[in-house]
Design a binder for this molecule. Structure first.
Ligand code: CDP
Length: 220
């Protein structure tokens, strides 16, 4: 049986994960947060005290690392790491780790396997352009950088972070630049993706737009 797939890409704070989670709940798809997978590998590299995080030879540990999504939480080697992967330390290094070809190939393989076993909605940076190039629907979410940073700032504050809005703006700009200029599978809109500017839309509005697009497509 061929399962359905919805790919959602976009820069940090564009609303991808909140929207994807909400859509998954409504239409009964499995939500795969690929950013959480890159974050988990970054966390493990930090825990292993790898001295040169930019050297892909240091990442063979990925082959012995177990990543599972359980009730929407990221589990690494049987441990719920969903809080730790949002830490400042992980955020600081995740774009570097995600730029390494060895890391990307291993995680993309895993992501494609997950999509073979269920209807999925997957979000990230290269889902429409690389991971699921034949997804039924591809969406590219954008929003003005100040809006994206402010959303992220509120989330972090809620989680107890002391980062200032300026810190968050700088981090979002830094990661956007890094993610869109890296050599392997940089962040970019797939040619056949539908772009939605979420700056002045609510989560419900965006989710509904995407669900409608998916339904239209399926009735064609
Ligand atoms: O939620 P936010 O957009 O801030 O980030 P995320 O989706 O959790 O992704 C964290 C980082 O992982 C990004 O800044 C990228 O460097 C990397 N990433 C990637 O390279 N490819 C993906 N498919 C997903 C995330």
């Amino acid at each position: 049986m061929k399962y359905s797939a919805i790919a959602i890409d976009g820069p940090a704070g564009s609303g991808k994960s909140t929207v994807a989670k909400s859509i998954a709940r409504t239409i009964g798809f499995t939500y795969i947060d690929t950013g959480a997978m890159y974050r988990a590998i970054t966390l493990k590299a930090l825990e292993l005290n790898i001295s040169d995080l930019g050297d892909e030879k240091n990442y063979e540990f990925i082959n012995d690392t177990r990543l599972d999504f359980i009730d929407g939480k990221m589990h690494m080697d049987g441990r719920d790491v969903s809080k730790e992967i949002r830490s400042e330390e992980v955020v600081k290094h995740v774009s570097l780790v995600s730029s390494l070809l060895y890391v990307r190939e291993a995680l993309v393989r895993e992501q494609r396997n997950l999509a073979k076993r269920a209807n999925v909605i997957m979000d990230g940076r290269d889902i429409g352009t690389n991971v699921l190039t034949d997804a039924d629907l591809k969406i590219y979410l954008t929003a003005k950088v100040e809006v994206r940073a402010y959303r992220r700032y509120l989330e972090l504050k809620d989680a107890g972070s002391t980062m200032t809005l300026d810190d968050v703006i700088n981090d979002v700009i830094r990661r956007d630049t890094y993610d869109s200029t890296r050599k392997h599978n940089p962040l970019r809109k797939a040619e056949d993706a539908i772009e939605i500017d979420t700056s002045s839309l609510t989560i419900e509005e965006i989710s509904q737009m995407i669900i409608n697009l998916f339904k239209e497509l399926k009735h064609e």
